[in-house]
Ligand binder design. Sequence first.
Ligand code: SF4
Length: 326
Amino acid sequence: MTQKKTILSGMRPTGKLHLGHLVGALENWVALQGEYNNYHLIADYHVLTTNLDSSQIYANAIDMTIDWLAAGIDPARSPIFRQSQVKEHTELHLLFSMLITAARLERNPAVKDQVRDLNIENITYGHLGYPVLQAADILLYKGDLVPVGEDQVPHVEIAREIARRFNTQYGGVFPEPEPKLTKFARLPGLDGKRMSKSIGNTILLSDQPDAIQQKMRGAVTDVQKVRKNDPGRPEVCLVFTYHQKFNPGETTEIETGCRSGALGCVECKKRACAKITDALTPFREKRAYFDAHPGEVEEILKDGESRARVRAAATMAEVRTAMKFG
Ligand code: SF4
């Protein structure tokens, strides 16, 4: 019998999740639950790389856990845990930081993009090294696969390099993790850019139907389709992308109607909105349950954290033996 592979997936707890998280990550995580051993990491220490205010991290971690549970993550099969509650993450991070040069981290394209996007003048040691902490997050659980988008592939490459370097120097303890690319392309935000809370162009998974309706009204469409009867170009319209994801049965008719001018944007948005609202109804119901039972959420975290600690401690024991620390 072949042993199930291990997947480590995680997110930084920065608040309530949006549709982009559902499509780009959570649906994938839920689909992978039976096939793999999954560990779901709440990367709370990682928040500090770009924001030193730690006052909301705990509340955000609880909110994110509720979103994960509502999306269908089964904590009995897939432990959910906070990085800060498993001390081995920082211990392995320290050891790994000896195995990679500063120059290699400075060449990391994902960090370069972040420095540019966030206008960072002087990057901190911790921010530059966050792929090293990420390597520790993955390898502590001997993750074989890491579900990521294209932009995170360079980080997985760094984890692979560190695993190789450790194994060559001290003996084979770690697998070389592979990126597992998410199938559905990134869902655009309401302004057509990447969906992001900091831009304010999101539909939250927890939004009520009237909030979704209001947000959808403001969604940008094809700029060339000004009046209802103008022919439109669905391929440049984010509302059409939403139809493709949430209303696949009607896309042919919508595409024809848009191009011919028979379908106007107001009607088209209403139809997309109805489908998104329907898709999120079971999510909202589950979310409401966990919102009303915070003790249950805390218990789920406690349980996930104690299971993660057992796995992490076993890996660190192997690491110490391999390095002859006794
Ligand atoms: S009709 Fe629909 S797909 Fe076409 S431009 Fe308007 S919103 Fe977009």
